[in-house]
Design a protein around this ligand. Structure first.
Ligand SMILES: Cc1cc2nc3c(=O)[nH]c(=O)nc-3n(C[C@H](O)[C@H](O)[C@H](O)COP(=O)(O)O)c2cc1C
Length: 155
């Protein structure tokens, strides 16, 4: 049973959660890198015209990913991690789940945030990839190694 942790992180918080998770789960690690990296200005949620605001206001937004996973068929379980943006996953995660045939694979979302939970993440992502076996996601902001390990090895 091979596991993968695939994550997007704009400012490093989800990246460190993903690294801890990969270690706890004995999983491979893949960074979902945007073809065009997000600048600080892009991430300004107080500006309605910033790149992140424009993307998050457009359900059809699918930011391009720089690199693909060549051996996705090797994995049975894929943890997908991201920061919460406006109570959902950044639209680059929509790009990611539509980029592969994930039918029958176990998909486990995880996220970090400034305080809110997973919000409507599942409601948005599941219809984009309905034949995967979606597990309930988890916020990984403040989990102990013990809790992380127990959770990661349930899948
Ligand atoms: C555009 C944008 C929107 C955000 N929206 C939320 C939100 O709705 N709720 C929340 O708690 N935090 C929100 N945040 C904060 C991030 O979720 C939080 O800082 C996260 O840990 C960043 O992860 P990263 O360093 O991996 O990018 C937002 C951040 C950005 C840049």
């Amino acid at each position: 049973m091979k596991k993968l942790v695939a994550y997007f992180s704009a400012s490093g918080v989800t990246k460190s959660a993903a690294e801890r998770l990969a270690k706890a789960a004995g999983a491979d690690l893949f960074e979902i890198k945007p073809a065009v990296p997000y600048t600080r200005a892009d991430l300004d949620w107080t500006n309605k015209k910033s790149r992140s605001s424009v993307e998050m206001n457009n359900p059809a937004s699918r930011p391009e990913i720089a690199e693909q996973i060549s051996n996705i068929e090797d994995y049975d379980t894929i943890f997908i991690g991201f920061p919460i943006w406006w109570y959902v996953a950044p639209t680059i995660i929509n790009t990611f789940v539509e980029s592969y045939d994930l039918s029958g694979k176990t998909i486990v979302p995880f996220a970090t945030s400034g305080g809110s939970g997973l919000g409507k993440t599942a409601e948005v992502l599941i219809p984009l990839c309905p034949y995967a076996n979606w597990e309930r996601g988890k916020m990984l902001n403040h989990v102990s190694e013990q809790e992380l390990e127990t959770w990661a090895n349930r899948f």
